[in-house]
Design a protein around this ligand. Sequence first.
Ligand code: NPQ
Ligand code: MG
Length: 384
Amino acid sequence: MSGVAVHTGGSALPVEVEAVELHRIAMPLVRAFETSFGRQTARDVLLVRVLTAQGEGWGECVAMADPVYSSEYVEGAAAVIRDYLAPALLAARTVRAAEVSSVLGGTIGHRMAKAALEAAVLDAQTRAAGISFGEYFGAVRPEVDCGVSVGIAPSIEALLDEVSEYVEAGYRRIKLKIKPGRDLEPVAAVRSMLGPDALLQVDANTAYTVADIDHLRGLDDFGLLLIEQPFVEEDIAAHVMLAKAIDTPVCLDESITGTAVAIDAIERDATSIVNIKAGRVGGYLEAIRIHDACLERDVAVWCGGMLETGLGRAANVALAALPGFTLPGDTSASDRYFADDLTESFVLVDGRLAVPSGPGTGVTVRTELVSAWRTRPVELLTRA
Ligand code: NPQ
Ligand code: MG
């Protein structure tokens, strides 16, 4: 099936990019977030602001402070934008969001950095045109079902307390971070607390190897929606082996770096559900292409999260409103991560977040907070 209108070409006029600004901020997390790759207590965020003749646009870079989720990291993203990406964008002068990936195509990789710039151009362009990200993307619903990602907890008791809080808040799906030694037991405890019908899934962030396949088969007892990314990013074959060996559906996150990889992984039966994160794949427009490819193949997708501020969250919620996003995403409310958000806060209502309807991302960056939380001087990049 296909025939779903995705308005990524659109009638939107291009913008004339005059300057690019890089803003670095730090936001404390309301609670430490532990995954198989480490424990985070704050979010170090790179924001990109483009100044155009038609108005400004903001984009959020999802790279983490350290290269532990993927090879990208905040300082590296700032450097590649400063030295390569912003100069290419400024040289192009007049650009539509749909052209940004080819304008930046002379640089290999660095997808999170590219995604941030594309998002900023998309924000400026759609604001100037008076349309929202949801309208531009082809959103088909006014609000999206939300899940929550739960870090590795210090004890089973602490884990059950935290999960209970989220159930109370109305989240429609729970995702538990797992790693070797912290898997079957916590998952069993949460499943027995939630009962058999609750939507529950796990994410290993590449912490296992094929030697663990027998052990991972133990997860089949818990009626999980899926297991996310057990093995390293490059090892599609290992995921094929696991998918053959267990009943729990395998879902790739880190491995899916673009549409071609997604189609290949689906055709090889390495993944039967796909986590889509715009930053990981180089932007929202590539994310939509993956969504379309999955929809055509009847592969369910869901929107991942990278502890975005309200800026990135707004765009994720618009993406998650596309028709193929049939599972709740890691599109949590602002207060899951932050005491105070960078934009209007996103509040869970009946387990859902509303898709912003105003022009562009539909949210406003609170520039007084950007100033208050700044950790580096602003960098202003202009045409050579
Ligand atoms: C995932 N996200 O799906 C990631 C990885 C992740 C919501 O589980 C700081 C910044 C800490 C980004 C921890 C969720 C992070 C981060 C985990 C991303 O694999
Ligand atoms: Mg993941």
